[in-house]
Each structure stands twice: as C-alpha cells, then as structure tokens.
Ligand binder design. Structure first.
Ligand SMILES: CC(C)(COP(=O)(O)OP(=O)(O)OC[C@H]1O[C@@H](n2cnc3c(N)ncnc32)[C@H](O)[C@@H]1OP(=O)(O)O)[C@@H](O)C(=O)NCCC(=O)NCCS
Length: 196
C-alpha cells in the first residue's frame, strides 16, 4: 500500500494506524527523468573485464543471488533471507528475465537491472550490484543500458520513472547523475505474513 506524503493528514492517519498493526513501513521517493535525457547522457562504458550477460532460465539462481546480496540487511535472520530468496525467484519469470540487463565478470553475474514499462512510461524496477563490485561503474552502465533498451515506440516522449528508499543516498546520487529528479515522496506499507 502506498501512502502519499503530499497529503499530510492522510499519511499521519494511515501511517500511525499501519505501524501500530505491525506493518513494515519504508520511506520512498519517486524519481523521473525526461524521455530525451538519454540523448544528452554520455555513454557509460562497460567496466574493465566485464561483459553483458545473455540471460535464460539457467541463470535465474545467479540473478537472484545478486539481488539477495545487494539488498540484504544485517539484521535479517536466516528465515528472512530465505523469504527474500523465494520472493526474488518468483519475480524472475521468463518475461522479467527477458527485460533484465546483466553484467558479468569471469562468467559470474555481478550486477542486474530489471526494467519495466507501464502506460506512464518506461521504468527501472530494480538495480543491484554485488557489494564487492560497488563503485566500479557497473550500476551506471546497467542503468544506461536499461534506459536505452526501454526506448520503444509506444512510450516515446514519456518520462523514465523509478522509486528508491529515501535513505539510499548512493542510489539517489547515481540516479541524479543520470538526470532523474524527485517527483513524489511516499511511504510504502507492507504486511509480511507470520512476522513476529
Ligand atoms: C545503487 C547501486 C546499484 C550502484 O551500483 P554501483 O555499481 O556501485 O554504481 P556505480 O559505480 O556505477 O556509481 C556511479 C555513480 O553513482 C554515484 N554513487 C554510486 N554509489 C554511491 C555511494 N554509495 N555513495 C555516493 N555516490 C554513489 C556516484 O556518483 C558514482 O560515480 P563515482 O563512483 O564516479 O563517484 C549499488 O550500490 C547497489 O546495488 N546497492 C544496493 C541495492 C540498491 O540500493 N539498489 C537500488 C534500489 S532503487
């Protein structure tokens, strides 16, 4: 459930209520970049020693591993990590895999970007790079390539869209460097079954 913080009374009511009922709340922001931003971006080079992966069902486990490692929180126990692994595995159906950009080094996938498209325009759904590969240009390359492949005739002229945790300053810096600007602040409330 999304609570728009542009409406303070609405958000105070729902967020207080949902928190007291044990929902997990995450502060997010939506960001947008104009469709023509891509024409002005400098081409992001593929980092040294890397190549783009060709994805099929045999590589789902590797893709899921990158997503799990990149999003892992230190406080998560084994059960929570397993829940995340299962949930990412379910996400990676053939359609999603077909629109995912991945980068590998020495035959091992180290970064992925899942893109999507809606009637509102092209979107970036997830970006994940293995922690030991951060700050080597993998994320920038993935984003550039995902934006490039998202440029299809049916979304022409519509802005690129994504959402990101408000405390994820590294990702926000990357998106800002690629022309994205904040368009909305919101809180996402998630009910996780059987959570103590
Ligand atoms: C966000 C993420 C994908 C970035 O990947 P990355 O490969 O480290 O990013 P890059 O090396 O291409 O960084 C490109 C630019 O983004 C900015 N940037 C990236 N990470 C940053 C950080 N931690 N702090 C500040 N700026 C950062 C910098 O401007 C950087 O350029 P520079 O290294 O020349 O200064 C990666 O940190 C990640 O997987 N994080 C965990 C998952 C996540 O948060 N995904 C995004 C969810 S919306």
């Amino acid at each position: 459930m999304d609570v728009d913080e542009g409406m303070p009374s609405h958000s105070m009511y729902y967020l207080g209520l949902l928190a007291s009922l044990g929902w997990e709340l995450t502060s997010k922001q939506r960001m947008e970049a104009p469709y023509d931003v891509w024409d002005r971006l400098a081409k992001a080079p593929l980092p040294g020693g890397c190549c783009e992966s060709s994805l099929d069902a045999s590589r789902v486990e590797e893709v899921v591993h990158v997503l799990c490692e990149a999003y892992r929180r230190p406080e998560w126990d084994e059960q929570r990590r397993e829940e995340e692994r299962r949930s990412w595995t379910k996400t990676m159906d053939p359609e999603v895999l077909g629109t995912t950009v991945a980068v590998e080094r020495q035959g091992r996938i180290i970064g992925v970007c899942l893109r999507g498209v809606s009637s509102l325009g092209p979107g970036i759904v997830e970006m994940a790079v293995l922690p030991e590969e951060h700050r080597r240009g993998v994320g920038r390359y993935l984003l550039y390539r995902a934006m490039e492949s998202g440029r299809t005739a049916n979304v022409q002229g519509k802005p690129y869209r994504l959402s990101v945790d408000r405390d994820n300053l590294g990702a926000i810096a990357l998106y800002a460097a690629m022309g994205y600007r904040r368009s909305q602040v919101l809180t996402v409330a998630r009910w996780v079954k059987d959570r103590p």
